[in-house]
Design a protein. Structure first.
Length: 250
């Protein structure tokens, strides 16, 4: 049986009188992709922000490897083994793909007090950066400045940066946004590969990609879970068809 690594229990977040997320529960398993879908404004990115520690929960719990991490800062949650990407690319565009990944790998050093040691002399950190780039399919693009990479390749660099921290859990917020069919297919293949050794929570609007890669889907509407289950169950759900799959999202 798959190992449950990340759980949300009755997770809620309020902004003043607005309930952006209400009593959301889900579980992510090692070796599987759990996709979260729903129209714009459904609370998907808010959920990722709560799971990663970038927002504090108003109520509920987040458990990682059985430990209550509710309220921990984002950097502490990252150190425990949870990595994330963002809706919009969040890269140092003037740096190469390798330099971006090296910075991510450096975050795992026990101390940052190495002011007078050139970063390139850290062979262990360099090796981690190269490993992550290869794992993300960018081994032959390591020396290219990020601004010269395609949109899809920049998304791969973001995933490589996450992998450079050696996480067990990946939170990926719309990694296929803005991609053409060829780039999307490449990312879907990458997600299949990464799921072998990670748990992945995927927020995505590309339904073809979602149903191609996800083991479990959670459908959200208005900050609440509408339905959760296998792709076959979600496809067959009348409530999901009426609320999302059968209509254009905003």
């Amino acid at each position: 049986m798959a190992e449950s690594i990340l759980q949300a229990r009755d997770l809620s977040r309020h902004f003043g009188g607005l309930a952006a997320l209400s009593e959301v529960s889900l579980a992510c398993e090692m070796g599987q992709v759990h996709a979260v879908i729903g129209p714009n404004g459904a609370g998907k990115s808010t959920l990722v922000n709560l799971l990663s520690g970038e927002l504090a929960a108003s109520a509920g719990q987040v458990l990682f490897e059985g430990r209550d991490i509710t309220g921990l800062a984002a950097d502490r949650i990252s150190q425990l083994g949870v990595a994330r990407s963002y809706q919009k690319t969040n890269l140092f565009r003037q740096f190469t793909a390798f330099e971006n990944c090296r910075l991510a790998a450096q975050s795992r050093l026990r101390t940052s007090m190495h002011f007078f040691r050139p970063a390139l002399t850290r062979e262990d950190i360099n090796a981690e950066a190269h490993r992550a780039l290869a794992q993300a399919g960018l081994a032959d693009r390591h020396d290219v400045v990020v601004s010269a990479l395609s949109h899809g390749e920049q998304r791969q660099v973001e995933i490589a940066m996450a992998l450079a921290t050696r996480p067990r859990m990946l939170l990926l917020d719309e990694p296929l946004a803005g991609m053409g069919a060829e780039e999307s297919a490449r990312i879907v293949a990458l997600l299949h590969e990464l799921a072998r050794d990670h748990a992945i929570l995927l927020v995505e609007h590309d339904m073809d990609a979602v149903f191609a890669v996800a083991n479990t889907l959670t459908v959200m509407v208005n900050g609440r879970v509408l339905e959760s289950g296998s792709p076959a169950r979600i496809r067959a759900s009348r409530a999901v068809q009426e609320a999302y799959l059968g209509a254009d999202s905003d």
